[in-house]
Ligand binder design. Structure first.
Ligand code: C5P
Length: 221
C-alpha cells in the first residue's frame, strides 16, 4: 500500500524493438513504438522503484526518473539486461527480433546481376527465458505476448515455456490499432488463471500492472 509501493525495489524493463544489421544501412526489425514498455518504466519509477530501462531504437522520449540503457541488437539487449541484474522485478516488454542475419555484410549490399541476396538467419537468444532460468532470476518475471490469434492460449503456453510468473497478452491484429496506438486491451495470464482487463490507455495498463506487481511482491523482501 501507500503512494510508493515499490520503494526500495529494483525494477528492470525492456522496451522497443531490436534492430539486427543486414549491412551498414539495412536492418531486420520488429514493429514496436516502445510506448507500453516506457510507460511501465515510468509507472514503476513513480511507484518509488529504482528503474533501469533497456531500450532498443525508439522515437519517444526517455521516461522521467529512470536510468536508460540504449541498445540496437538482441545480443546487446541481453548483455545490458544481465549487467543490470540483480533486480526484484523484470518486465520484458521489448519486441525482440527472433532472428538475426548469420553474417552481416561489412559493405552495403549492391543491387545487381546476382539478383536479390539470400539472407541466412540464425535464432537470437530469448532474453526473457534466459533471465527467468538464470542464476540471477528476479523474484518476479513478467513477459508480454503480442498475438494475432489464440491470444490467451498462446500466452499460457508461453508462461510455461519461458518460466515467467506472468504473461501480459495483447491482441495486435491490425484492426485493433494497438500497434503504435494509445490504447491496449490485455489479458494477464498468471499461475492462478487469466485476468482480462478492459481496454485502457497504455499508461493505464502500466499503472495497473505496477499496482499488480506491488501486490504480488507484497511483504516478500
Ligand atoms: O515468444 P515471443 O517473442 O512472443 O515472446 C514474447 C516475450 O518474450 C516478450 O516478453 C518479449 O520481450 C520476450 N522475448 C525476449 N527475447 C526474445 C524474444 C522474446 O525477451 N528473443
Amino acid at each position: 500500500g501507500g503512494s510508493k509501493p515499490l520503494a526500495g525495489r529494483r525494477v528492470l524493463v525492456t522496451s522497443g524493438p531490436t534492430h539486427e544489421p543486414i549491412d551498414p544501412v539495412r536492418v531486420l526489425a520488429n514493429r514496436s513504438s516502445g510506448r507500453q514498455g516506457h510507460a511501465i518504466a515510468a509507472a514503476a519509477a513513480r511507484a518509488g522503484a529504482d528503474v533501469t530501462l533497456v531500450s532498443g531504437p525508439v522515437a519517444i522520449a526517455d521516461p522521467a526518473g529512470v536510468a536508460v540503457v540504449r541498445v540496437e541488437t538482441a545480443r546487446q539487449m541481453l548483455a545490458a539486461v544481465e549487467a543490470a541484474l540483480p533486480a526484484d522485478v523484470a518486465v520484458f516488454a521489448a519486441a525482440v527480433a527472433d532472428w538475426r542475419v548469420a553474417e552481416d555484410a561489412s559493405q552495403k549490399i549492391k543491387k545487381g546481376a546476382g539478383g536479390p541476396p539470400l539472407l541466412a538467419l540464425v535464432e537470437n537468444p530469448d532474453i526473457l527465458a534466459t533471465v527467468a532460468r538464470g542464476a540471477n532470476r528476479p523474484t518476479l518475471v513478467v513477459g508480454f505476448a503480442a498475438e494475432t490469434e489464440n491470444v490467451v492460449e498462446n500466452a499460457k503456453a508461453k508462461l510455461v515455456r519461458k518460466a515467467a510468473d506472468f504473461i501480459v497478452a495483447n491482441d495486435v491484429s491490425p484492426a485493433g490499432g494497438v500497434m503504435g496506438g494509445d490504447d491496449n486491451t490485455v489479458h494477464v495470464v498468471g499461475p492462478a488463471g487469466v485476468e482480462s482487463w478492459p481496454a485502457m490507455s497504455k499508461a493505464a495498463v502500466a499503472e495497473a500492472l505496477v499496482a499488480r506487481i506491488a501486490e504480488v511482491l507484497g511483504g516478500a523482501s
